[in-house]
Design a protein. Structure first.
Length: 92
């Protein structure tokens, strides 16, 4: 299993038992909150802003828990593997 921070796409869980054909077996996209910061870019000299999550860090433990942290102040989420992803990881 590989857990990848996909920034505004949340976290993705990949089954990489066959590294030549990885398969997505789970994902989680956090909702924005009243604490989520807006992000801005300049387009033609004007600010273009959007409020979006920015999942930046992923950690796991041997119980099947996944910890993700958002850099746009949305906070931390603790997730648990379930379904096919839990089976692939060999967890009860």
């Amino acid at each position: 299993m590989a857990f990848i921070a996909w920034f505004n796409g949340g976290v993705r869980t990949l089954d990489i038992r066959d590294p030549f054909q990885p398969k997505e077996v789970g994902y989680f996209i956090p909702a924005i909150t009243d604490k989520t910061d807006k992000r801005c870019i300049k387009v033609d000299g004007k600010d273009r802003c959007k409020v979006a999550i920015q999942t930046n860090n992923v950690e796991t433990d041997d119980r099947g828990l996944i910890y993700i942290v958002d850099r746009a102040n949305t906070g931390m989420h603790i997730l648990e593997l379930a379904g096919e992803a839990r089976q692939v990881a060999g967890l009860k």
